[in-house]
Design a protein around this ligand. Structure first.
Ligand code: IPE
Ligand code: MG
Length: 230
């Protein structure tokens, strides 16, 4: 079985650059090229939902230079790549806080959503200036404004995007933490922490990850009586 909703916490761009004696910005550049390759590969593999943590709200604490470089990189890649996403039948969504983002970036994000909105293939959910705690607070603000009853409430309906739970969550670079990413949606996600730095996370690494997912025995708190190891 392949995961229905796969998520990747992109990590290790800076270390990749440092290992090569390059500025961090070139690590981000290499990471963004890898991200496109992996996204198209995931679509080819039949993944239905792919959430990508490309910038957290806390990342904005980094130097102004690095943040401005990242904003420009997002703007340029979204502008350049929107046609590819359109022709590959990929629908693009964004999750995150819109405040603090430059107008030009917001505009290119809107264009990306607009141009791919009729697509019926894989859904890519870019988590950009995203914070899971903030998303939950925003959900409760909406619930309170709409005076929705809290009995049997399905919180997912009030998140930034109404997507199914995450089945498989990968964080590259060996770090083993969620860093405020999809705390609610990843409740039953299988976690995988490959050592490889994101710019080196190629198709082969993606296949290794899928094979790792295959091996997992998902029980959701129940018992799998077919598996004699239980
Ligand atoms: C992930 O790589 C990319 C973003 C957070 C935008 P990092 O920039 O966190 O790379 P390291 O952790 O410094 O290696
Ligand atoms: Mg990092």
């Amino acid at each position: 079985m392949i995961p229905n909703h796969m998520a990747i916490i992109v990590d290790g761009n800076g270390r990749w650059a440092r290992n090569k004696g390059l500025p961090r910005s070139l690590g981000h550049k290499a990471g963004s090229e890898r991200l496109e390759e992996i996204t198209l590969y995931a679509a080819k593999k039949g993944i239905k939902y792919l959430s990508l943590y490309v910038l957290s709200c806390d990342n904005l604490k980094r130097s102004e230079d690095e943040i401005n470089f990242l904003f420009k990189l997002f703007i340029n890649t979204f502008k350049k790549k929107k046609e590819i996403y359109k022709t590959k039948n990929i629908k693009v969504l964004f999750s995150g806080v819109k405040d603090n983002l430059p107008d030009l970036l917001l505009k290119t994000m809107d264009e990306m959503v607009e141009i791919t909105k009729g697509n019926t293939g894989m859904i890519v959910n870019f988590c950009l200036n995203y914070s899971s705690r903030m998303e939950i607070i925003d959900a409760f603000k909406r619930i309170s404004k709409e005076k929705v009853s809290l009995d049997n409430i399905d919180l997912r309906k009030y998140m930034y995007q109404d997507l199914p739970d995450i089945d498989f969550l990968i964080r590259t670079s060996g770090e083993q933490r969620l860093s405020d990413f999809m705390l609610y949606q990843a409740s039953y996600a299988e976690l995988y922490f490959p050592k490889v730095l994101f710019p080196d996370f190629d198709k082969n690494e993606f296949d290794i990850a899928l094979a790792e997912y295959e091996k997992r025995d998902r029980r959701f708190g129940g018992i799998n009586y077919e598996n004699t190891n239980n």
